[in-house]
Write a protein that binds this ligand. Structure first.
Ligand SMILES: CCCCC/C=C/C(=O)SCCNC(=O)CCNC(=O)[C@H](O)C(C)(C)COP(=O)(O)OP(=O)(O)OC[C@H]1O[C@@H](n2cnc3c(N)ncnc32)[C@H](O)[C@@H]1OP(=O)(O)O
Length: 302
């Protein structure tokens, strides 16, 4: 138990000043969004939290239209929501899903990584690290109800979860496709994928930037279950009930046992990882690739 408490204190201490500032800002997070029985709940512009106090579960809906790209502000709101739920003893599990039709998350926000200054890149990367650490090590059961396409950072977010349910829709795909953008997934993205699908499959998926359609995603193990689209939320709920049946302290300690070595790698190399990112992203060739990719996305519309 001491280990679990220690990890919580550590991850809480990692909350950056930008997050604390936002938490204090009036109007950024509003009053209760529901949740009777004395359960305090909340909403924020980009994150909708639907509490089910009786079940000890909250559904966290991402709503950063059009594509739930993980901007600095959105990451901050997600982290604040997670922290609030972790600090509320009512909740033992969260289901993370999307409020944007057809899209779970388009991944990291490319506009945060293009045409900005090095200080901005460093701040942004810290927030991405924080998202990964906080979700990966959360003491809550975290289940992803993936109701849309989920490339790169969107896939990473789902890989931090304890279980992934994907909607069986041929338009959806999931994977770490960074190489297709001419960029390289950092070691902790890679480690998370290796821990999920094994070394050989991860190597192939990462080098080729594979985005797996549902059947393939299930076969390779990127997701744990594929179900008809209208059953994604109910399946996530019943899987959650199964996970919540396990004594909490034993499950939490086991999670930490499995994940701490991977998290520690980033925790001990965090500053160097930020420096590497800033150096990489500032390169002319990388900026050109990202600009070209964004342009292609915009032109796609015709
Ligand atoms: C260097 C160290 C490693 C860094 C690791 C990086 C990790 C990442 O996550 S990089 C991001 C990877 N993401 C992608 O490759 C997805 C890109 N997006 C798409 O493929 C599509 O947008 C879609 C399939 C997610 C949705 O398609 P659709 O519904 O047709 O919507 P649009 O393509 O028209 O997009 C609407 C709007 O949103 C902008 N946009 C899309 N993705 C992003 C993004 N990741 N970041 C920022 N903005 C994004 C897109 O440009 C459109 O903008 P407007 O034209 O201004 O409306």
């Amino acid at each position: 138990m001491a280990l679990a408490v220690g990890m919580r204190v550590l991850t809480r201490a990692l909350l950056r000043p930008w997050a604390r500032g936002l938490r204090a800002a009036p109007g950024r997070t509003g009053p209760a969004a529901g949740g009777g029985d004395g359960v305090r709940c909340f909403r924020s512009p980009r994150v909708l939290v639907e509490p089910d106090p009786a079940a000890g579960v909250a559904v966290v809906k991402m709503r950063n239209p059009p594509v739930n790209s993980l901007s600095l502000e959105f990451l901050t709101e997600l982290l604040i929501s997670l922290e609030k739920l972790e600090n509320d003893k009512t909740f033992h599990g969260i289901i993370i899903t999307s409020d944007c039709p057809g899209i779970f998350s388009a991944g990291l926000d490319l506009t945060e990584m293009c045409g900005r200054d090095p200080e901005h890149y460093a701040e942004y990367w810290k927030a991405v690290q924080e998202m990964w650490l906080r979700f990966y090590l959360s003491n809550l059961v975290v289940i992803a109800a993936i109701n849309g396409i989920s490339p790169a950072g969107g896939c990473l977010l789902s890989l931090t979860c304890d279980y992934r349910v994907l909607a069986n829709n041929p338009k959806y795909a999931i994977g770490l496709n960074e190489t297709l953008l001419g960029i390289v997934a950092p070691f902790w993205f890679k480690d998370t994928l290796v821990n999920t699908i094994g070394h050989r499959s991860a190597e192939r998926a990462l080098q080729l930037g594979l985005l797996f359609p549902p059947a393939e995603a299930l076969r390779v193990g990127v997701v744990d279950q594929v179900v008809p689209e209208d059953q994604v939320q109910s399946t996530a709920r019943s899987v959650m009930a199964q996970w919540l049946d396990i004594p909490d302290h034993a499950r939490q300690l086991t999670k930490i046992l499995m994940r701490k070595p991977t998290a520690d790698r980033l925790l001990t190399e965090r500053d160097a990882d930020i420096e590497n990112f800033v150096r990489f992203i500032c390169k002319d060739s990388i900026q050109k690739s990202l600009h070209a990719y964004l342009e292609k996305l915009k032109q796609k519309k015709g």
